[in-house]
Design a protein. Structure first.
Length: 397
């Protein structure tokens, strides 16, 4: 038996150049990282939207710090994922970024910001591969090498967070947290993400709240808001407003707009039996040979809105980075949104919407006379399935 083990060791060394001792060390390292990722994994909550204090041990941590094993796990998962996405999306397709002053500003903010200042990027949501697919193509490798600078995101738990511990650990190490669709802006899961911003990290969200492949911000065949409601409430979800309002340091918010991902990962986008089916056509056949275009906008200011609210209603409550597990009831009570705060969220979100609509208008002008056969700004099925009442609304109303 010992002779066979010796033969295996010699074969392993000859094939990989890795000695038995090195292999054991690597195994111990991966077990260390995996155990940390598993212990601090985010956990979906299909019933209470994250109201239970002990749902995830992430709430036992200072939001700005992480154990060594978790840091290493995040670096490994992010490096593998982003590199793979750069190849799957970036190499098989063409990603054209408008490399203007706004793009250079966004890169600078990804790389370096004053201590404690969060970066919040927002964009339209065209496909289920926008994050991590497209986002990976926007992240420079020098940012990728530092987990504290890589983006955090939220994803619908019903789709991305199955009740499988190792899958949740992987998503958590990739700096993605679950969110309960339909759970509202006061859910505990959303506060977990807000704590990341409070720690001065980079967070990205899709304020449309779902994938829309019509090429028009916030409008598709299942748009529920009437023309009047859209005028009053806007097209976007108010969560972005809450993130900005309760961060201890106002986030630097940078919008970007993109077209073309609907061809890379198309969805069914058809009506069947009175229901609109918009699930992904095939995860196994992510398309290649397409062109994706990206436009960045300037940072969006909110100081005037925050100051006006505080003059009228007093100081806003600010979320800190301290562990929340041992003070959960008190923090959740403060996290609840008042009527006055909701008005502020609406105003902030409307300003974000205006910034994205300006980028949408620019995108349409830049691509109006496009003759590139590999560029398709929207899914024709989604456009055709959109009811006339929604399709006929003015683009920028």
């Amino acid at each position: 038996m010992w002779e066979r083990l010796a033969d295996c060791r010699e074969w392993l060394w000859g094939w990989t150049g890795i000695s038995t001792g090195s292999l054991v060390s690597l195994s111990i390292l991966f077990l260390f990282m995996g155990n940390s990722a598993m212990y601090y994994r985010p956990v979906p909550d299909y019933i209470g939207g994250g109201k239970s204090a002990g749902l995830t041990r992430l709430r036992e941590l200072e939001a700005s710090r992480a154990p060594v094993g978790l840091v290493l796990a995040r670096w490994f998962v992010q490096f593998v994922t982003v590199t793979a996405m750069k190849m799957i999306i970036g190499l098989r397709n063409t990603v054209d970024i408008a490399k203007d002053a706004n793009y250079r500003q966004a890169l600078s903010l990804m790389r370096k910001r004053p201590a404690g200042v969060p970066l919040l990027t927002v964009s339209n949501h065209v496909s289920s591969m926008d994050d991590p697919g497209l986002i990976s193509c926007l992240i420079p490798f020098d940012v990728l090498m530092t987990p504290n600078r890589v983006r955090w995101g939220i994803a619908t738990q019903e789709i991305v967070f199955p009740q499988i511990p190792w899958a949740n650990a992987f998503m958590g190490a990739g700096q993605v947290l679950p969110i309960c669709r339909g759970g509202g802006i006061d859910q505990g899961l959303f506060m977990d993400f807000a704590r990341v911003l409070a720690a001065g990290r980079w967070g990205h969200i899709f304020p449309e709240g779902r994938v829309i492949q019509t090429g028009t911000l916030g409008r598709d065949p299942i748009t529920k808001r009437s023309r009047k409601e859209e005028k009053e409430k806007g097209r976007l979800k108010w969560g972005v407003g809450k993130l900005v309002a309760h961060s201890p340091v106002t986030p630097v918010l940078v919008p970007f707009y993109h077209l073309g991902m609907a061809s890379v990962l198309p969805q069914h986008n058809v009506w069947e039996g009175g229901e609109f089916r918009n699930g992904v056509v095939s995860w196994r056949h992510i398309q290649g040979g397409h062109r994706v275009k990206v436009w960045f906008g300037d940072r969006v200011p909110f100081d005037d809105l925050l100051a006006a609210h505080e003059r009228a209603h007093g100081p806003l409550w600010k979320l800190d980075t301290a562990p929340t597990a041992d003070r959960w009831t008190d923090v959740m009570h403060k996290w609840e949104s008042s009527g006055a705060c909701r008005s502020l969220y609406s105003a902030i979100t409307r300003r974000v919407q205006d910034a994205l609509l300006r980028l949408e208008e620019r995108a349409r002008k830049d691509t109006a006379n496009s003759t590139q056969p590999d560029f398709k700004p929207a899914c024709p099925r989604a456009v055709a399935a959109t009811p006339p009442e929604i399709a006929s609304r003015p683009p920028a109303s």
